[in-house]
Ligand binder design. Structure first.
Ligand code: SAH
Length: 379
């Protein structure tokens, strides 16, 4: 009989989750057990690089050590992951770390690039008036392993040679309001020896403007995106009241300037365009004035509409004219394409949707993936 057999029958939920341990905690556990140090590295590699779901699969650990580990801990990965597929190939993954709350993650294919947009919170601490996530309020901070889990889930759904080329913290939540968990997750995502091995340069963190924490981002060596979205305090107060009260425009711009001077990392200024609100030529010219001398690129994001919002998306001509003003002033300026809007997967469209009523399961069209395909029912 397999020496690990009976042990594995123990209910895993009563045991600590190996994925919830930091690498330091795992090293301490291995040391306490009197095992060699390299065991910790091997275990971490099984967890993050091989994505095993069962300690018994860690075949370079001696059988007795696997048995000991099974007695002490378990591997708890997300179960019942839902995957919605949009018409443009965008995929949205949903799962619940606790009952009735869903984590949302978006996988966006674009030519040879594959971008994963991860969430840092369920809901959001901020109250930006144009964002669906803001309207649902703050429900819960994600823990480091729940942030990493989103990447593991996406990788589980990829077929070789597909691989994620960039990670953006632009899903639900304000990542800088959950900086400890986000930093710990980035550590695991970037560790090349035992972690997922992403270059920090392929990771971008988007913030509504928590200036006091820009230094943390610089230290992590990842890219920063700042959601500016307005060119006067009055306007920004209306669109992003909570964050603008904490860090008014002048402080935010000073923070961006300092960040761009002190780091080699890329700074992106994001600007959601709302028809008739912040999309005039005056706004464009004020934006040029504000950003003068700051090394950055600008991403214009035409508003993604959702049912409970009265904001509207500006028409294409207005967006192009706005872009032209910035380009003429010498900025690299891009218009972000809206992706996955039919599965509420585009920027600002992530929010809690009761699961059973909103989605229906249909069998997958492609047997190759072995995953269920889900279809979003509109209305
Ligand atoms: N809290 C972070 C990250 C989440 S939002 C932040 O504010 O940056 C990611 C981006 O989507 C931000 O630039 C935000 O301004 C933008 N966004 C929010 N709602 C939107 C909507 N309905 N349409 C288009 N962009 C939106």
């Amino acid at each position: 009989m397999n020496v690990l057999g009976p042990i594995a029958d123990m209910p895993s939920t009563t045991l600590p989750n190996l994925l919830a341990l930091s690498s330091e905690q795992l090293c301490r556990l291995v040391a306490d057990l009197g095992w060699p140090r390299y065991r910790a590295t091997q275990i971490l590699q099984w967890l993050y690089q091989h994505r095993v779901r069962d300690i018994r699969a860690m075949t370079n650990l001696p059988l007795d050590q696997r048995a000991t580990l099974c007695r002490m801990a378990a591997i708890e990965r997300a179960s019942d992951v839902q995957c919605l597929v949009g018409a443009d190939g965008t995929r949205k993954f949903l799962w619940s770390p606790v009952p009735n709350l869903s984590v949302e993650t978006i996988l966006i294919p674009e030519g040879r690039r594959l971008t994963l947009c991860v969430s840092s919170q369920i809901g959001c601490t901020l109250d930006c008036s144009f964002c669906l996530t803001g309207q649902m309020g703050w429900k819960r901070n994600l823990r480091a392993h729940e942030i990493v889990e989103q990447v593991l889930i996406a990788q589980d759904h990829l077929l070789p040679p597909q691989r994620i080329t960039s990670l953006v913290f632009m899903g639900m939540g304000e990542p800088l309001a959950n900086i400890d968990a986000v930093s710990e997750a980035i550590g695991r995502l970037t560790n090349a020896e035992w972690g997922l091995g992403f270059s920090p340069r392929r990771i971008t963190l988007s913030t509504a403007g928590m200036v006091a924490r820009f230094a943390d981002i610089a230290r992590l060596g990842v890219n920063l995106a700042v959601s500016l979205n307005a060119t006067t305090d009055e306007q920004r107060q209306l669109l992003m009241p909570a964050i603008n009260r904490l860090y008014p425009l002048e402080q935010l711009i000073a923070g961006c300037r300092e960040y761009s001077q002190k780091t080699e990392c890329c700074l992106t200024i994001e600007y959601v365009m709302l028809a008739g609100v912040n999309d005039t030529m005056h706004d464009a010219r004020r934006l040029v004035q504000l950003l003068r001398g700051i090394r950055c690129k600008v991403n214009l994001i035409p508003f993604n509409e959702f049912a409970s919002s009265s904001y509207r998306r500006p028409n294409e001509t207005v967006v192009r004219q706005f872009q032209a003003v910035l380009r003429h002033a010498g900025f690299d300026v891009f218009v972000r394409k809206s992706r996955g809007s039919d599965i509420l997967g585009a920027c600002g469209q992530l929010g809690y949707i009761p699961r059973a009523s909103a989605y229906s399961r249909v069998p997958t069209a492609s047997a190759a993936t072995q995953h269920e395909r889900l279809v979003y029912e509109h209305g």
